[in-house]
Ligand binder design. Structure first.
Ligand SMILES: [Zn+2]
Ligand SMILES: [Zn+2]
Length: 344
């Protein structure tokens, strides 16, 4: 049996092809994709490539999805045929040294699943056990697909230590920056300052609850944050872009004793400079956060399902799988769309 799939061959080279529907072996599950959502990581890979450990080309592209189980491999009692599920995009091994330390997101034998932009996706046996969940009836497939980025953001916000009453500054108002905004609000941030270069995105951040916005192309960001915080700086600063220049800028926006979360992944081989006085006399905590653990995926889906975090506004456009190239062209040339939901 053949299916339509969007194959990524290299930078800017995405093709719709007819390929074989994957064969299901023991422990594996075949899912009919009902919705997939575009992601900043996809766009980064489409425009500049990525680390081979995570994606090996050519491959079916896309990693945020949800769908309906159509085939269940032998030896599996769960899930059932017809069940609405989401899974992945990773599954830790549970027994390497990192997993033994509870750092499942840093698993040394992590498996990654690509293939959301297709009619069917096969979930590997380990992922069925470690990172697949049933999707409640009350939410849509596209909402469920957003579990993956929200899981990463949850992990990040936990690491950043957002507390009740905090002033949180978020550098970047793309899909990930906006998810940070929604999550930090729910964690009790009293005030959120959102920074970006694109006015449309700042307006969007305002709609989602940002108290102040700063256009980094028009204003001096450091001065403006100082002004808005009576000269102290923010309690927590979250960088959600992934450039050394914004990583360094984030360090200049935090108050003494505050924390900076460097969330966006920078191009390989890059470095930043840190003022030693900031760490010593300022007691500033600087942390990174990568990916998420299986528990974060479960929590993220629960938060979406209860609409504690309402991700619906983030899907600003819907397109069909055969228009996928157009979708990525739109995402690379305009900043007006946040996430595009792709349906086969
Ligand atoms: Zn993603
Ligand atoms: Zn492991």
């Amino acid at each position: 049996m053949k299916m339509k799939a969007a194959m990524l061959y290299g930078v800017n080279d995405l093709r719709i092809e007819d390929i074989e529907v994957p064969e299901v072996k023991a422990g594996e599950v075949l899912v009919k994709v009902k919705a997939a959502t575009t992601c900043g990581t996809d766009l980064k890979i489409f425009k500049r490539g990525y680390v081979e450990k995570v994606i090996r080309l050519p491959t079916v592209f896309g990693h945020e999805w949800a769908g309906e189980v159509v085939e269940v491999g032998e030896e599996l009692e769960w899930p059932k045929k017809g069940m609405r599920v989401r899974a992945g995009n990773s599954a830790a091994c549970l027994h390497c040294r990192m997993c033994q330390k509870g750092k499942y997101n840093l698993c040394e034998n992590m498996i990654w699943l690509w293939g959301a932009y297709a009619e069917y996706i096969k979930v590997p046996a380990r992922m069925v056990l470690v990172n697949m969940q049933e999707v409640p009836e009350r939410i849509s497939y596209e909402e469920a697909a957003i579990t993956e980025p929200l899981a990463c953001v949850l992990h990040g916000v936990e690491e950043a230590g957002v507390k009740l009453g905090d002033v949180v500054t978020i550098v970047g108002a793309g899909p990930i920056g906006l998810l940070h905004l929604l999550t930090a609000k729910k964690m009790g941030a009293a005030r959120i300052i959102s920074i970006d270069l694109v006015e449309e995105r700042l307006n969007f951040a305002k709609k989602l609850g940002a108290d102040e916005t700063i256009n980094a192309g028009e204003e001096n960001v450091v001065e403006r944050v100082q002004q808005l915080t009576n000269g102290y700086g923010a309690d927590v600063v979250i960088e959600a872009i992934g450039l050394p220049v914004t990583w360094e800028q984030a360090l200049k926006l935090v108050r003494k004793g505050g924390s900076v979360l460097e969330f966006g992944g920078c191009p390989p081989g890059t470095e930043i400079e840190i003022d030693t006085e900031l760490l010593h006399y300022g007691e500033v905590t600087v942390r990174g956060a990568f990916h998420a653990t299986p528990l974060h995926f479960k929590k993220a889906l629960n938060l979406i399902a209860s609409r504690t975090i309402d991700v619906r506004p983030l899907v600003t456009r819907k397109m069909t799988l055969d228009k996928i190239k157009e979708a990525f062209e739109i995402l690379s040339t305009t900043k007006s769309e946040i996430k595009i939901a792709i349906t086969p």
